[in-house]
Each structure stands twice: as structure tokens, then as C-alpha cells.
Design a protein around this ligand. Structure first.
Ligand code: F6R
Length: 260
């Protein structure tokens, strides 16, 4: 796992977008796993700017959703597919039909989960999976206690997550209680995991994920087992890391040929 602590959230977004730009530059049809929530928004802005300025053509990417709410109407602005359309897809000229997502409107939701797993495999897997992290250590919506080998399935949101996400809704009661999320095992199948976080509210979760014991109690800790995981945080989110000095030293001395 490579841990990069950068001075600002802006720089986190810049570096995260550069990883995706590089992946798409070498494969215009790259499968990009896209997270939602507030953390990736700045990264998506950078990607849109790169696309508009002709630095890279992002209109051929194959986006795969990390997770999606259940029990919202198809036109609800907070349905993650709508959030992604507004904040990424429209800006990089990818039509909504290209977004690979679990079918949260299926009558058989268990089958929808299985089909999403199958789709990821059939399409050759995910090249770069962008991840945020919840204050309780969740990645995707794999809440504490999630099996480290779990696959795409329905999860009940933790009360902390419901409270955290209430800022996107008119009231706490409107936050869906259930989601479909890629499992931790599904996420681990991606070829490159890119976890980003900013702000002091994420400091404990980042420390537990990066340096804590490998444990279902901190689902993000599963990244410790991934052969290619990059964690990019700002000073606030990196503040509780015990090995900060070493991570900074390694970044400052990183051989240029190595890449991310
Ligand atoms: C969203 C997702 C979640 C968020 C996490 C952090 O697709 O999978 O794991 O990344 O809840 O949310 P923000 O970025 O809003 O703090």
C-alpha cells in the first residue's frame, strides 16, 4: 500500500485525477469504478477539466458504480446514478446508458446483485476503483462487520452513515436505509484501488484502515491485502497516521520511473 499525504484537498483531487487520466490514456476503454459522496467531487471536476482541455478523451471509459441507494425514485436527485450523471458523466460526454450499475429497481434484488457481479467479470474486471471512506471505516457501503470476502449485496446503512449522509437530503428520515454495494471481495478484485480522503473527520478512519489491524470492524483495512492500493489524503485526513514521517519520506524519494 502506498500512502501519500498532500498539503491540500485540491492536491489530493489533482493527483487522483492524474491516476485515472493515465489509466485512460493507455486504455481509452478502461473500466473505472466510480464512488459517490462528497469526496470524489473535486476529482471529477479535475477529470472534466482534463477532458474539456483535450488532455485526455474520457468519453470512452466504462464506468462501474461502487454502490447505489435502494428505495429512491428513478428521478431522485440523490440516486447515485443521477449524482454521477450530473457530476461526472455529462462533463466527460459519457451517456447514462454507459454507466454500469446494479439494478436497484429489479423485483428480484438478490438476482440484481448476482447479475452485477457477473457483469463486472464478463467485462474483464475493473481497472481503477476510486474509493472514499466513511467515518466508521466503510468503503463502498460495506459497514463495520462486513465480511472481508463479501460480494455485491444488499446492506443496511449504519446509523452513523445515515446521519453523515443526511446532509444530502431534506431530513434524516429521507435517507434510505438500504443500499446495494460491491462487496469487499468485489472491490479487492479491481486491479488498482485508489482511496482518497480529506478533512480531520476522516483521520481516525484512515489511520484504522491503513495502520490498524486487518479487521471487519474497519472494512477499509482490507486494502492492506491489495497488491496495488494507493491512499491519497490531505493533512487533516492523514493526521492520525503513526508512520506519517515515513510516508512523506518515501514520497519525497520516490523514483520517477515508478509511477503510482
Ligand atoms: C459512496 C461510498 C461511500 C463514501 C463514504 C464517504 O459511493 O461508497 O463509501 O465514499 O461514505 O462519503 P463522503 O465522501 O461523502 O464523505
Amino acid at each position: 500500500m502506498e500512502v501519500l499525504i498532500l498539503p491540500t484537498a485540491e492536491e489530493v483531487a489533482e493527483l487522483a485525477s492524474s491516476v485515472i487520466v493515465e489509466a485512460v490514456s493507455s486504455n481509452p476503454r478502461a473500466a473505472i469504478g466510480v464512488a459517490t459522496g462528497s469526496t470524489p467531487l473535486a476529482t471529477y471536476k479535475k477529470l472534466i477539466a482534463a477532458h474539456r482541455q483535450g488532455e485526455v478523451q474520457l468519453d470512452g471509459i466504462r464506468p462501474f458504480m461502487l454502490d447505489e441507494y435502494l428505495d429512491l425514485s428513478p428521478d431522485h436527485p440523490e440516486l447515485y446514478r443521477n449524482v454521477l450523471k450530473r457530476n461526472l458523466l455529462d462533463g466527460v460526454d459519457v451517456v447514462s446508458a454507459e454507466l454500469r450499475c446494479p439494478d436497484v429497481f429489479a423485483t428480484d434484488l438478490l438476482d440484481a446483485c448476482r447479475r452485477y457481479e457477473q457483469l463486472i467479470v464478463e467485462q474483464g474486471g475493473i481497472d481503477v476503483q476510486l474509493l472514499g471512506i466513511g467515518s466508521d471505516g466503510h468503503v463502498g457501503f460495506n459497514e463495520p462487520g462486513s465480511s472481508l470476502g463479501s460480494r455485491t449485496r444488499i446492506k443496511t446503512l449504519h446509523t452513523d452513515t445515515i446521519r453523515d449522509n443526511a446532509r444530502f437530503f431534506d431530513s434524516l428520515d429521507e435517507v434510505p436505509r438500504h443500499v446495494i454495494t460491491q462487496g469487499l471481495g468485489t472491490i479487492m478484485d479491481a486491479r488498482h484501488l485508489l482511496l482518497i480522503a480529506h478533512g480531520a473527520t476522516k483521520a481516525d478512519a484512515i489511520a484504522a484502515a491503513v495502520e490498524g489491524p486487518l479487521s471487519a470492524s474497519c472494512p477499509g483495512s482490507v486494502l492492506q491485502l491489495h497488491p496495488h492500493a494507493t491512499v491519497i489524503v490531505d493533512e487533516g485526513a492523514g493526521a492520525a497516521l503513526a508512520q506519517q514521517e515515513y510516508y512523506r519520506h518515501a514520497w519525497a524519494n520516490k523514483p520517477e520511473w515508478q509511477g503510482l
